[in-house]
Design a binder for this molecule. Structure first.
Ligand code: PMP
Length: 398
């Protein structure tokens, strides 16, 4: 009898499991709209020109591969803090923000969750209904009880704002509330700035603990526009956590690069919190990897590379908008008139409103892979596959 006989076979990750099924599908016309990855017109993952140039410069320097500090590369932290909070932000000058480099957005969420669990193991975590699949699993695994606040209204094809406010008002003080800063995954529906004002006020009044997750800055309306909610939280004066990911906005998925910031009331709190974050990191993976941080820092601090990056990211954003519109037009041309909402959604995903049965039929009959929830990654569409996808959706709808 081995100890490991106790290990049960866990179900495959719903998204990565879908990719395995996609890879095993022999039909050449197959389309994978399951994963959250931006693909170019050629159907391939882009290497952004700014990132390529930054990498060439780094390779030319041929630096030795030392360890980074526990909290990561100082130049990276400095650059992303400027991106997130604004270089002139008073909160940075006041040293009220503790920031660490993280292993992507997921790593930031986990380090933040571990810190929170250490400080208040009894707290409940609220995530949106629905949310990115890993939110529930990650906070559960960190030891929390995880519940959901109302978010998506399938009838209205939008946000159940009254339900959301009601659920936040009913939460116990100290409840941790995970919020998508922009480009909500999976629905594609974001709160308006006026709605954010109300949410920020309720969180503050109720003494809740906001944890903003920003994995898609730049994919909604623009870098500054998508980050606007961060300034609202800072202005409210409440403590909050913020995870960011550069997987999508720099197309650096495999480099595992992100950040976690905790915004606090005083420099002293920030110092204490940073010291705790460092212990969490030290006892998990000691210190983060170098390349992703060096690439992001180089791009953000070099004026030419930064301008090029902003243009490229803007190009990705507007291309996704066009793809959405072409899909809506393609569906309308096939008699599906009630899916125009896809054009107004933000970010990489579309909650299509298709049922599980329809999503299964898309896969089995048409080799078009999306999630059972109806989520499709519109950022994986291109002019070569759009017609097929529109035709397949129209077919399963009829
Ligand atoms: N949060 C959300 C809402 C996401 O969609 C994702 C990525 N799919 C992440 C966090 C994790 O980002 P990363 O891949 O950088 O770990």
């Amino acid at each position: 009898m081995s100890l490991f006989d106790r290990a049960e076979l866990a179900p495959a990750d719903p998204i990565l499991g879908l990719t395995e099924a996609f890879n095993a599908d022999a039909r050449p016309e197959k389309v994978n709209l399951g994963v959250g990855v931006y693909l170019g017109e050629d159907g391939k993952l882009p290497l952004m020109a700014s990132v390529r140039e930054a990498e060439e410069r780094l390779v030319a320097q041929r630096k030795p591969k030392s360890y980074l500090g526990i909290d990561g590369m100082p130049a990276f932290r400095e650059a992303v803090r400027g991106l997130i909070f604004g270089t002139e932000a008073q909160v940075l000058a006041d040293a009220r923000v503790a920031t660490v480099q993280s292993l992507g957005g997921t790593g930031a969420l986990k380090v933040g969750a571990d810190l929170l669990h250490q400080l208040d193991p009894e707290a409940t975590v609220l995530i949106s209904d629905p949310s990115w699949e890993n939110h529930r699993a990650l906070f559960t695994r960190a030891g929390f009880k995880v519940e959901a606040y109302r978010y998506y209204d399938p009838e209205a094809k939008g946000i159940d704002f009254d339900g959301l406010l009601e659920d936040l008002r009913a939460a116990e003080p100290g409840t941790i509330v995970v919020l998508h800063a922009c480009c909500h995954n999976p629905t594609g529906y974001d709160l308006s700035l006026e709605q954010w004002d109300q949410i920020v006020a309720v969180l503050d009044e109720r003494g809740l603990v906001p944890f903003l997750d920003m994995a898609y800055q730049g994919f909604g309306f623009g870098i500054a526009e998508d980050g606007a909610v961060v300034a609202k939280f800072v202005a409210s004066g409440q403590d909050f956590l913020l995870s960011t990911s550069y997987s999508k906005s720099f197309s650096l998925y495999g480099e595992r690069i992100g950040s976690l910031s905790v915004v606090l009331g005083s420099a002293d709190s920030a110092k204490r919190v940073l010291s705790q974050l460092k212990i969490t990191i030290r006892t998990n993976y000691s210190n983060p990897p170098t390349l992703g941080a060096a690439l992001v820092a180089t791009v953000l601090t070099d004026p030419d590379l930064r301008a090029s990056w902003e243009t490229e990211l803007g190009g990705m954003r507007s291309r996704i908008k066009e793809l959405r519109q072409v899909l809506v037009d393609g569906l309308a041309a096939r008699g599906i008139q009630d899916m125009g909402f896809i054009a107004g959604q933000l970010g990489m995903f579309s909650y299509s409103g298709l049922t599980k049965d329809q999503m299964v039929a898309l896969r089995t009959e048409h080799a078009v892979y999306g999630l059972d929830s109806g989520r499709m990654c519109v950022a994986a569409l291109n002019t070569g596959n759009l017609d097929r996808v529109a035709g397949a959706i129209a077919s399963v709808r009829s």
